[in-house]
Design a protein. Structure first.
Length: 150
């Protein structure tokens, strides 16, 4: 049996911590894991040091198209997760708007992190491409939602 001081710090059956985890854990595991895994993939792909990126063999730069796709998918997955959470739990109030803001902030944050990665650089144009990708993801999400595909 732990000492009384330690026992007071451990979550009890009616504690705020156990309430928090019992409320959010099922939603996180069921609906949010695709968005979280995708964000991790995006982080890994965008924070690879510059010399480690393979050459594609042709001069057309597909960099911005990749940004559109990465952050469009991030938007769709995040909106899906928050939309499901809203349907089940009743909050947050505007899941698609929150998803868009989250995805845009993630794109901006990744660009700032790239300043510290050898061979990578901060780019306002990449931030714009990320934001456009989020916008495209917004319309894809609305289209899929309207067609009952999500």
């Amino acid at each position: 049996m732990p000492a009384p001081a330690v026992q007071a710090l451990l979550p009890s059956e009616n504690s705020v911590i156990s309430d928090f985890f019992s409320y959010f854990a099922p939603m996180i595991m069921r609906y949010s894991w695709p968005a979280l895994v995708w964000l991790l993939i995006v982080l890994v792909l965008t924070l690879i040091p510059g010399p480690a990126i393979p050459e594609v063999g042709f001069s057309f730069r597909i960099d911005k198209i990749v940004h559109f796709i990465l952050f469009g998918i991030q938007m769709v997955l995040t909106a899906y997760a928050l939309g499901k959470h809203t349907a089940l739990r009743g909050a947050p109030a505007r899941p698609v708007l929150i998803s868009a803001i989250f995805s845009i902030v993630a794109g901006i944050g990744i660009e700032f992190l790239q300043r510290f990665v050898p061979g990578r650089s901060f780019s306002v144009f990449d931030m714009v491409a990320n934001t456009i990708g989020v916008g495209i993801g917004y319309y894809v999400f609305r289209y899929l939602k309207k067609r009952n595909r999500l």
